[in-house]
Design a protein around this ligand. Structure first.
Ligand SMILES: *[C@@H]1O[C@H](CO)[C@@H](O)[C@H](O)[C@H]1NC(C)=O
Length: 139
């Protein structure tokens, strides 16, 4: 009897092991996905990167200034017709993976805020045709 229960235990471990290995890798994939608060094309942004871009944009907007010699933030007319999180008027500002935009090449990704500084959503040129935008995932 003792031998039999030992055997059953060994058998259940043998069967349980591959399943738990699969579960662990599925779980880390979910965690990696969660770390990506917003994804634009293949670029992953944390919530603090996105909110840093948004608050920089709002500060410029309030002071009537732009970043460096750029035109950002500037009005975004939403010709694409995105169903944003808040109502407009909308302003776009470059979203970067390191630091906040201070002029120069804006890259492909943007935060969009309304004139109260509320988060409208994030958009990107990556995967869009011409000068159009597509939505980033995460909003
Ligand atoms: C910005 O969005 C918020 C939330 O929808 C809204 O309450 C606010 O009035 C908007 N600001 C402007 C200026 O439209």
């Amino acid at each position: 009897m003792k031998f039999l229960s030992g055997l059953l235990f060994a058998a259940s471990v043998a069967f349980a092991l591959p399943t738990s290995v699969v579960d662990a890798s599925a779980e880390s994939a979910v965690i990696a996905e969660r770390a990506c608060y917003v994804q634009c094309g293949s670029k992953c942004y944390t919530s603090s990167q996105v909110s840093a871009a948004r608050s920089a944009a709002y500060q410029y907007l309030q002071s009537g200034d732009t970043a460096g010699s750029s035109t950002y933030p500037h009005k975004y007319n939403n010709y694409e017709g995105f169903d944003f999180l808040v109502s407009g008027t909308y302003y776009e500002f470059p979203l970067l993976t390191s630091g906040t935009y201070s002029g120069g090449s804006p890259g492909a990704d943007r935060v969009v805020i309304n004139s109260s500084g509320q988060r409208a959503g994030e958009i990107t040129h990556t995967g869009a045709s011409g000068n159009n935008f597509v939505a980033c995932s995460g909003w």
